[in-house]
Design a protein around this ligand. Structure first.
Ligand code: IPE
Ligand code: IPE
Ligand code: MG
Length: 237
């Protein structure tokens, strides 16, 4: 099975901000701020190349366990970047959505998420999904709970629980699953990102630290992707 040159849905684990700062003997939050610029680079790249969906792993359900000052700094940065960028993203036709456990965020952040989603809901050029307080296991557990609720309410028979029923209840159910996963920062693991959705994604890793991300690095990922044979469990050809 051939691979189209351009992925339909790019998923990115934006890793390496802390090490980028440490190498400069600066506090980790400086790396996160530099990382926000790389987010803009990545969004620009997707808009230019016609990639229709981009899902960015910004903050995992496990990242809450980091020191208070780092978590607090990230929350401030989150608010700052959203306030600064949302009008321009909207103007460029970006539809923003947040996936993850919103209840753990402050009311101020939840309100911003809600208003960014409402403002951009009619856009269709790029579906930009921010995974924040997101965990893949949590996502699947929520889907299991939703299925149980449907069964308990008599809307669904247990025998009708199949892959499609689960797929319809995990995050981003309305989008094609990511066909390319990029992880910066040199580690080659999933770190509890989109576990269900990544089942057949092509994986691409780079030692580049997230704040150093540029269009050339993303282009290398795309070039590599376009040369891969995706077999989906079938025989090659
Ligand atoms: C990724 O960078 C951003 C978040 C997880 C919020 P890290 O902060 O994990 O950077 P490293 O991996 O420690 O360098
Ligand atoms: C994954 O990076 C989460 C995000 C990029 C938001 P981590 O730095 O949290 O992952 P581990 O700890 O290296 O697995
Ligand atoms: Mg990390």
């Amino acid at each position: 099975m051939s691979t189209p040159a351009i992925p339909k849905h790019l998923a990115v684990i934006m890793d390496g901000n802390g090490r980028w700062a440490q190498r400069r003997r600066r506090p980790r939050i400086i790396g996160h701020r530099a990382g926000a610029r790389a987010v803009a680079t990545c969004i620009d790249f997707c808009l230019e190349r016609g990639i229709g969906a981009l899902t960015l792993f910004a903050f995992s359900s496990e990242n809450w366990g980091r020191p208070d000052d780092e978590v607090g700094g990230l929350m401030k940065l989150f608010v700052h970047v959203l306030d600064r960028e949302i009008a321009e993203l909207h103007r460029r036709g970006v539809r923003m959505r947040f996936i993850g456990d919103r209840e753990r965020f402050s009311a101020a952040i939840r309100e911003r998420m809600q208003s960014a989603e409402a403002l951009t809901a009619g856009n269709a050029r790029l579906a930009l999904n921010i995974a924040a307080s997101y965990g893949g296991r949590q996502d699947i557990a929520h889907a299991a709970r939703a299925l149980a609720e449907d069964v308990a309410a008599g809307r669904l028979a247990p025998a009708d629980i199949d892959e499609a029923a689960v797929a319809a209840r995990v995050a981003l159910a309305d989008l094609p699953p990511p066909d390319l996963l990029v992880r910066t920062g040199g580690d080659q693991r999933i770190s509890n990102f989109l576990l269900w959705q990544l089942a057949y994604a092509e994986l691409w890793f780079t030692d580049t630290l997230w704040p150093d991300l540029d269009a050339a690095t993303l282009q290398r990922a795309l070039d590599d992707f376009s040369g891969r044979e995706r077999r989906f469990g079938l025989t090659g050809g």
